[in-house]
Design a protein around this ligand. Sequence first.
Ligand code: 3PG
Length: 406
Amino acid sequence: MPDFLTIDDFNFKDKTTLIRVDFNSPIDPETNRILDDTRIRVHGETIRELAEKGAKVVILAHQGRPGEPDFIPLKQHAELLGRVLSKPVKYVNDIFGETAQRAIKKLESGEILVLDNVRGFVNERKKGTPQEHSKQDLVQKLAPLADVFVNDAFAAAHRAHVSVIGFTAVFPSIAGRVMERELKALTKVLEMPEKPCVFILGGAKADDSLDISRYVLMNNIADHVLTGGVIGHVFLVARGFSLGKPNMEYLEKKGQMGLVPGIEELMKRYPGEIEVPADVAVEIDGRRKEVAAGEFPTEHPIYDIGTETIKKYAEIIGQAKSIVLSGPMGVFEKGEFVKGTKEVFNAAAASKAFSLVGGGHTVAAVEELGVAKAISYVSTAGGALIEFLMGKQLPGVIALKKAAGV
Ligand code: 3PG
C-alpha cells in the first residue's frame, strides 16, 4: 500500500481536476521551439486517463524561470499535448484571472485545458508550507472552481512552490501516475534494494555525486559506487592522481577541487566500495587514445573511461541485482568517446537486475544508444531525482502524504 492516494482512490467523473505536471522542456534559444517532448508524452498518459474517467482536466505547469530565455508561455506545450493525445486541448493565456476562470467554468467532462506558465505568478516560487501557500492568490482563485488536486510532477517535487504544495491544504490530493511510478521505482532501490546494489555515477555534477555516494554507502544501500565522467576525474584526484594541466584546470575552473577532501574521507571509510577509472581515453589530434591511470599526468583532455575500466565495471554490473545509473561515462556526443557510456549502459541493459536510470543527460544517452527499453525504469526527473537519491525528503511528496493522512 503506498502512503499517498492514487488515481484509483477517487471518482473523477464530472469533477474539475487541477493537475500539476512538469512540462518543463529544453527550448531552442533561437526559435523558442520545444526540443524534446518526453515529459509532455509521459504526463499525457495520466491526463488521458483522467479525461477518460470523466474529469474536467485543468493543467498547471511551469516552463523555465522568469528572466531566463526558456521562460515561455505554455501554448506550444498545449499544442503538443493535443497531438500526443490526438484530441483537442484548450489553452488560455492566463493562470487564474477572469479568462482562466471563465474557461474552467465552461469545461465539460473529458475536456482538457492548459493554463499559462504558472511561474508567471510572482509568488509561485516563494518558499512556504502548504498552509501558507493556500492563502496565495493562485490557490484562492482556483480552489473555488475545482474539486480535487492531482500532483503528477515528481520532477518538480523538490520545489516547495505554491502550485506544487498549496492545493494540498485545501483539496483531496492525489498522486498522478507519473508521481506514483517514480516513487515506487525509487523506493524499490532506496528502501529495500536487492543486493548487490550498484550505483553508477557519471556526468559533471561531482557535488551531487559525493552527496549521493555518502548517503547510499552510509545507509548500506549501495555495495559498489562506480565513477565516470567528470565525477570520475574528481574521484581520481581524491585517490591521489594528478590528471595533467588541461584536466586539472578544468576541475579548478568548475570549482570541483573543493570536493576532494570530502571524497578522500569517504574513500577512507569505504575503501573497497568506491571504484575510480583504472584507465581513461584522451583526445589527441581529434583521435581517441587510452591512458592508464599509472601513466598520469596527461597533457591531453580526458573524454571517456578506458577499456580496462569498462571491463571491470561491466563485471560488477553483471553481478548486480539492483542498478542505479545517473550520468554518462564521458563526452558521448563525440563519436570517438561514446564507447565507455555505451558499453556501461549496455551492461546495465543486458543485466537481469532492476535498473533505474535518470538525470538529464542520462535519459538522452539511453535514448540515443537505443537501450531505454531494456532498462527497468527511466526517470524523467532531474534535480528531484538527485535529491531523492541523496536521501532528502521532497516537499511535494511530503505534502501528498500529509494530505493522505499518513
Ligand atoms: C526540472 O526540470 O528539474 C524541474 O522542472 C524543476 O525546474 P527548476 O529547477 O527550474 O525548478
